[in-house]
Design a protein around this ligand. Structure first.
Ligand SMILES: NC(=O)c1ccc[n+]([C@@H]2O[C@H](COP(=O)([O-])OP(=O)(O)OC[C@H]3O[C@@H](n4cnc5c(N)ncnc54)[C@H](OP(=O)(O)O)[C@@H]3O)[C@@H](O)[C@H]2O)c1
Length: 263
């Protein structure tokens, strides 16, 4: 795979999956645009990457209208985007009956509206060139529900629906749209997950700690991008199999889910 002279824009590049995608795309010769809120971490990452054509665009996805305005203004100064990876996101570990309403708003702003805002700014440039890939990281939680995820799952199901419709609309413009649904991947996601007050819970979780290694996951994701897949699930064990189990044994799956605490 040779990505020399290709530009890949990655949100959530300061940590976990986004950081690893940046490292691997840069190693394949791509120029990467790194976005997140933590500019120090992005600077550190940029210094460490293979190659020197990388850029940093700080973005706060929780303010989607500002993202749309900021990126629209900036596009003329950036190289043409070949691959947009909507990866930045936040999860949740809290029960519906205990959640403040604001938790739902926060999750939708970052995981759904923020993703739409950046896509809305970048997609027209791809349509104009009749080339490009739009990749959104949803989740296995965008395919199946489980306890403690009412807001997160809702936002990730929304991403799956958005991407299915976008794929249909952009096919005639030759734009590739891929939805990636990771299962448990070993990153800081559990630490950063919102509690019932909408604050990072700051503690680990067994299923994430024992999840797929992030470098293995990123490699599989790049493979799916390269092969122009429509949708892939990336995960090991039950977290990867859950959508298939639910599809063929929905009642059994729902009963098991009600008894399982992934927290
Ligand atoms: N790890 C898993 O098991 C798993 C499973 C399914 C789906 N996913 C999805 O994969 C994506 C990456 O997650 P991860 O596992 O790599 O988690 P992570 O290590 O917590 O990284 C999350 C990234 O999103 C960025 N982000 C969070 N809030 C943001 C905001 N308001 N504005 C801009 N950027 C923001 C963070 O950067 P800053 O804090 O610097 O802004 C960070 O770079 C997420 O969409 C997540 O839902 C992960």
């Amino acid at each position: 795979m040779d990505y020399k002279n290709k530009t890949v824009w990655i949100t959530g590049a300061s940590s976990g999956i986004g950081k690893e995608l940046a490292i691997q795309f840069a190693a394949l010769g791509a120029n990467v645009i790194l976005s997140a809120r933590s500019v120090d971490k992005l600077n550190e990452l940029k210094q460490s990457l293979h190659g020197d054509g990388h850029l940093i665009v700080p973005l706060d996805l929780s303010a989607p209208e500002a993202v749309l305005a900021q990126v629209t203004d900036l596009l003329d100064t950036l190289p043409a985007i070949d691959i947009l990876i909507n990866n930045g996101g936040v999860s949740q570990r809290s029960l519906f009956l205990e959640n403040e309403f604001n938790v739902y708003r926060q999750l939708m702003e970052v995981n759904y509206f923020g993703l739409i805002a950046l896509t809305k700014a970048v997609a027209p440039t791809m349509v104009e060139r009749r080339r490009g890939s739009i990749v959104s990281i949803s989740s296995v939680a965008g395919k199946v529900g489980s306890k403690f995820r009412t807001g997160y799952s809702g936002s990730k199901y929304a991403v799956v629906g958005f991407m299915d419709c976008l794929r249909a609309e952009l096919a005639e413009h030759n734009i590739h749209c891929l939805t990636i649904c990771p299962g448990s991947i070993k990153t800081a996601i559990a630490h950063n997950s919102l509690n019932e007050q909408g604050i990072a819970q700051n503690k680990p979780e067994h299923s994430i700690e024992n999840g797929m290694d992030v470098s293995v996951a990123a490699k599989k994701m790049i493979h799916a991008i390269h092969n122009k897949k429509d949708e892939v699930i990336v995960g090991k064990g039950l977290s990867g199999l859950a959508p298939t189990i639910k599809r063929f044994f929905p009642r059994l799956f729902n009963r098991l889910t009600a008894k399982t605490n992934y927290r």
